[in-house]
Design a protein around this ligand. Structure first.
Ligand code: SF4
Ligand code: SF4
Length: 335
């Protein structure tokens, strides 16, 4: 979505844009996320993403190459020539914006080393986003029934030296609370618990939402050590209440893993093609923390979660900033 936001910004400024998208559909994960509004907007940004998709589709200045990748690229300090896969041919560009996105952490890596069972009703938050978008409500994957008890487990693939990243992914507390609130609003009798270490998140929105919804959502401080098939067909969680040290067990109909943001597996290869380095987490590295859109290579700019965890709204904002930086670069050369 950062890339489409950049494309639209440049197109509105009158500059032709070529978007090379590896997937068959544009928009990345943001285009699969659902509206989390209840009786009021939850400010998740999913509808802004939909609007950008629509505008890009209507823009005569944006040429979309779907299901296409860049096979090779050559730059001469002034412009870039890229060979596209398949019948995409060769394209010339005055500047490049990398917006290759992110990979949600795959809990399989954690599953094999911890008591996190294979169970149809243990799903990732990305699965639940898609379910809400397509079906309009959360149901138990194994039998399609409305759940009576739902648990979120936070920090899956984040804040861990063993699995995923040691850093906070910043987006998963806000999205978990928004989805939890949406479930509770649609199904008021459903018990919803959020197991967490502490709540973090972009713009402290998670902390504000915690204060707002603590009465209806059960925020439990402690990450379950075990998620295994329960005696009643659900998922049994074993956890320690960190404030008392008490060990508890509870069974839930659905357990939602709040997976973090990882770099895409092709980040190293794409970075090598454009001589863009990576940071300690494996994301694309900007020239300096004060210039998050500017890479270390002249004429190459960065947008969205390919340079670190961001939510939809920050990705869109960085896409716009990257487009302005790229246009300035082109004008500077031409001028
Ligand atoms: S910002 Fe999110 S919650 Fe609000 S209307 Fe848009 S999609 Fe729905
Ligand atoms: S945003 Fe919340 S769930 Fe995500 S890594 Fe940070 S603390 Fe954990």
């Amino acid at each position: 979505m950062a890339g489409l936001s950049a494309a639209l910004t440049a197109a509105k400024a009158g500059t032709p844009v070529i978007v090379v998208e590896r997937e068959a559909r544009p928009g990345g994960f943001a285009a699969q996320f659902c509206c989390k509004a209840t009786d009021s907007c939850a400010y998740c940004g999913a509808c802004i993403a939909d609007e950008i998709l629509r505008e890009v589709g209507e823009s005569e200045k944006v040429q979309l190459h779907l299901g296409t990748t860049v096979d090779s690229v050559a730059g001469n300090g002034v412009s870039f020539k890229a060979k596209l896969s398949g019948s995409g041919g060769e394209i010339d560009a005055g500047a490049v914006i990398l917006a290759t996105g992110f990979e949600p952490f795959d809990p399989k890596a954690q599953r094999s080393a911890t008591a996190l069972a294979e169970h149809p009703d243990i799903v990732s938050a990305v699965d639940i986003e898609r379910m809400l978008r397509e079906q309009g409500q959360v149901v138990r994957p194994s039998d399609g029934k409305a759940p009576e008890k739902v648990a979120f487990i936070q920090c899956v693939g984040s804040r861990s030296r063993r699995f995923g990243s040691p850093e906070c992914s910043r987006v998963c507390c806000p999205y978990a609370i928004r989805i939890a609130r949406r479930i509770k609003w649609q199904q008021p009798d459903c018990e919803v618990a959020v197991f967490h270490m502490d709540l973090q998140g972009i713009r402290k929105i998670a902390v504000d939402m915690y204060g707002q919804f603590a009465g209806e959502i059960d925020f439990i401080r402690g990450i379950p050590a075990e998620a295994v098939p329960g005696p009643n067909g659900g998922v049994a969680l074993k956890y320690e209440l960190t404030n008392t040290g008490q060990i508890k067990r509870s069974e839930y109909d659905i357990v939602i893993l709040s997976v973090g943001i990882s770099p895409r597996p092709d980040t190293e290869a794409v970075g090598a093609s454009f001589a863009v380095g990576r940071d300690s987490m494996g994301f694309f590295k900007s020239r300096s923390p004060l210039e998050p859109c500017i890479s270390g290579t002249e004429g190459v700019f960065l947008a969205g979660a390919c340079s670190g965890p961001k939510d939809i709204r920050d990705s869109i904002a960085q896409g716009r900033a990257a487009a302005h930086a790229a246009l300035n670069w082109i004008q500077g050369k031409d001028g």
